[in-house]
Write a protein that binds this ligand. Structure first.
Ligand SMILES: NC(=O)c1ccc[n+]([C@@H]2O[C@H](COP(=O)([O-])OP(=O)(O)OC[C@H]3O[C@@H](n4cnc5c(N)ncnc54)[C@H](OP(=O)(O)O)[C@@H]3O)[C@@H](O)[C@H]2O)c1
Length: 261
């Protein structure tokens, strides 16, 4: 029976690079995101290049009813999924009180609720199958509070702590859980978050392909927390060295510099 890796956020950026890296290793895939046409052409390309089966499903993970429909389809389809990659995510930037509430709610729905629900649904299927693997995508932002991107940073802190908790809980069911914490990476993320992309382009950003390569290697070793790049490992570690008031000030000053005016 074919076993699939289900990847959310596979239509672009890190999710797409992870899909390609896994297909290259012979993995059959189920790709999920909102942009149907994009998913279709990625599925065709990956099948042609790597000879693996690639299915796709357009689904807005910010809409709980659509996610329910998708989960029901998965249950009825009886496809074995032994790797779940929760990569779909979005950010917002700027003063919290000035944010459009619906966008903030979307962020929480996608970054937190959908990710948690997928872990619950597919975690249960994996437990019945006797095991599997889950990779949740957080960020180096998860290690500190982030004024001017407060909701985003807090959502990623949730993903980091939730994933670490699950890792211990699910060991006995044969399910391995890892969390990926990338640093700034060259993707559409910053544009979606309305950040200053011109300024960001001047920074040293990792490519999504570099992040994906590091990640699939670390996944094979069942690493708990995956942080690609030495600079990013330092970014994740450094908040432990300074008092929290200083960490907040530094993160706030950096975020403010890239915020919409
Ligand atoms: N880029 C960075 O610097 C960076 C750093 C740390 C962590 N991350 C995290 O990495 C993950 C991937 O982001 P990225 O950088 O690769 O950005 P990206 O290129 O914008 O990718 C975001 C992905 O999430 C999907 N997505 C967004 N909202 C969705 C929704 N409502 N329903 C279904 N899919 C949705 C998008 O697909 P559709 O538009 O087709 O729906 C897209 O495939 C995110 O969780 C992000 O927080 C990024």
């Amino acid at each position: 029976m074919t076993r699939y890796a289900l990847i959310t956020g596979a239509s672009s950026g890190i999710g797409l690079a992870l899909a390609e890296a896994l297909a290259r290793r012979g993995r059959s895939l189920i790709l999920v995101a909102r942009q149907r046409d994009q998913l279709e052409s990625i599925a065709i390309e990956l099948t042609q290049r790597f000879g693996v089966e690639v299915l796709f499903r357009a689904c807005d993970l910010g809409e709980p009813l659509r996610l329910s429909g998708f989960l029901l389809e998965l249950e009825e389809g009886e496809r074995q999924i032994d790797l779940l990659v929760n990569c779909a995510g979005m950010g917002t930037s700027g003063p919290f009180l000035a944010q459009d509430w619906m966008t903030e709610q979307d962020l929480i729905e996608v970054n937190i609720l959908a990710l948690t629900r997928l872990c619950h649904a597919l975690g249960n299927s994996m437990a019945l199958q006797g095991g599997g693997q889950i990779l949740n995508v957080a960020s180096v932002a998860a290690f500190q509070p982030g004024p001017w991107m407060s909701t985003y940073y807090a959502s990623k802190a949730y993903v980091l702590h939730f994933s670490e908790g699950l890792r211990e809980e699910l060991k006995s069911c044969g399910i391995k859980v890892s969390v990926l914490c990338p640093g700034p990476t060259r993707t559409a993320f910053f544009g979606t978050a309305q950040m200053d992309t011109v300024k960001l382009e001047r920074q040293q950003l990792m490519s999504p392909e570099e992040v994906a390569l590091h990640t699939v290697r670390a996944l094979a070793k069942n690493k708990a927390i995956i942080i690609p790049g030495r600079r990013n490992r330092w970014l994740a570690f450094s908040p432990r060295l300074s008092p929290r008031w200083l960490t907040r000030k530094i993160a706030g000053a950096i975020n403010k510099a890239y915020c919409p005016r």
